[in-house]
Design a protein around this ligand. Structure first.
Ligand code: SME
Length: 138
């Protein structure tokens, strides 16, 4: 129980550090598979609170990444049909799956108020962040 608290705390710190240091990261959160359910649950975030704390697999950008196991870069959220809007200010989004022992157990999700801000470097950086987080979770 205490260990989970400290993991939650560390995940929150990761979210804060990313949001505060990268100007176009306006909301940063970690979703994880919710037990045995076919859904994601928000575990930590930095930025405005969202109503979407539970997301069924397949729904929205996050839900699609839960089943595709692939990074999903969205330069323009308006162009997406399977998208869950959290804030009218969001222009772009990136979701990178988080693997533990080869299994997709969750993801980092970043919203941006800047149009088309995410590059290959963001993908590589966030994959690295997720590898570090997986070490904390293992
Ligand atoms: N936009 C996401 C939902 C989560 S919010 O960005 C925090 C989606 O389409 O899955």
């Amino acid at each position: 129980e205490n260990e989970n608290l400290s993991v939650d705390h560390r995940l929150s710190q990761v979210c804060e550090v990313l949001k505060e240091n990268i100007p176009y990261y306006d909301w940063v959160g970690f979703y994880f598979k919710n037990g045995d359910k076919e859904e994601l649950k928000l575990r930590s975030f930095a930025g405005e609170p969202t109503d979407h704390t539970i997301i069924p697999f397949g729904k929205g950008i996050c839900g699609q990444v839960a089943v595709s196991n692939e990074n999903f870069v969205v330069p323009d959220v308006k162009a997406q049909t399977n998208y869950i809007a959290c804030s009218i200010n969001v222009k772009a989004e990136i979701v990178v799956p988080l693997f533990l022992n080869g299994e997709n157990i969750g993801q980092i999700d970043i919203d941006s108020h800047t149009p088309d801000p995410f590059s290959k470097e963001d993908e590589e950086f966030l994959q690295w962040v997720n590898e570090k987080v997986a070490e904390v979770l293992s």
